[in-house]
Write a protein that binds this ligand. Structure first.
Ligand code: CA
Length: 279
């Protein structure tokens, strides 16, 4: 009887091992595609399938806690404890996602975010804010952060947001269509480079604004509710994806693309329904 059990256990283990190899080969392929899209060279063959996360946090205990939680989930983690180190590590390591604290000893998390976006870095940035910094949330999003989490955070909630951001960001990059552009007026939506051009020149735009515009442009003349926008842009409800947040981003988008933002030509308000793109 014991021998039968032992044999069964060996067979199950072998099957599991076989399955693990299949999965990691598959992940490796899609991961190389992501790296190729980001123009990134691979240098760590050992942890090929792990998504790299850069934690920018000067409080040692908080950083270690995050590292422990993320490592357990299979992410490959590195830590920067100053803004300058964060910039260097983001440039050299090209992480898949950055967790960015706002209050840092040298330059602020806002500066780090602004600089990286200015350099064309597209990877998702998730900001960590203290409870009393609620005013900072909108500022962070305007500077190009994708989302924020209020400290003290719930680890499971944080992980699910990280996964949602990664899925969305790399799904988009994988879907980016070579050379495809959607023109409207003197503007062009460049689906390959994920940017908006005016007379051929790129407009400064946050990743959220770009996503929002692309979502509206993809369904011309159709009123889209705020709920549908929240679902498409963030993928989950929450304090960030409120109706007011949607309105704020629409306002910013209009200021950038509309000839007269107070009397919009492209993105019109549909009373009681939401917004629509009018080509
Ligand atoms: Ca801090």
């Amino acid at each position: 009887m014991q021998l039968v059990c032992l044999l069964l256990a060996i067979i199950i283990l072998q099957l599991k091992w076989h399955k693990t190899i299949e999965i990691s080969t598959h992940e490796k392929d899609s991961d190389s595609r992501i790296d190729q899209l980001l123009g990134r060279e691979r240098s760590t063959p050992k942890k090929m399938s792990a998504e790299r996360i850069l934690i920018v946090e000067d409080e040692r205990a908080v950083a270690r806690g995050l590292e422990y939680g993320l490592d357990k989930e299979g992410f490959s983690v590195s830590i920067a404890d100053t803004g300058q180190k964060a910039l260097e590590m983001a440039r050299t390591q090209k992480p898949h996602l950055i967790l960015l604290d706002i209050r840092l000893p040298d330059i602020s998390g806002f500066d780090v975010c602004r600089k990286l976006r200015g350099e064309g870095m597209r990877q998702p940035i998730l900001m960590l804010t203290a409870r009393d910094e609620s005013i900072d949330k909108v500022l962070g999003l305007e500077l190009g952060a994708d989302d924020y989490v209020v400290k003290p955070y719930d680890m499971r909630e944080l992980i699910s947001r990280i996964r949602a951001l990664l899925r969305r960001a790399y799904g988009e990059l994988a879907e980016a269509r070579q050379g495809e552009r959607i023109p409207f007026g003197d503007l062009e939506l460049d689906l390959d480079q994920l940017q908006v051009l005016r007379s051929g020149k790129p407009l400064p735009m946050t990743p959220i604004e770009f996503r929002l515009l692309r979502y509206l442009v993809s369904q011309p003349n159709r009123p889209v509710s705020r709920e549908a926008i929240i679902d498409a842009i963030w993928g989950y409800p929450g304090d960030i994806g409120s109706d007011r947040t949607v309105d704020v981003h629409i306002r910013h988008l209009r200021e950038k693309i509309e000839p007269d933002p107070t009397n919009p030509r492209w993105i019109v308000t549909v009373r009681g329904a939401g917004y629509k793109f009018q080509p």
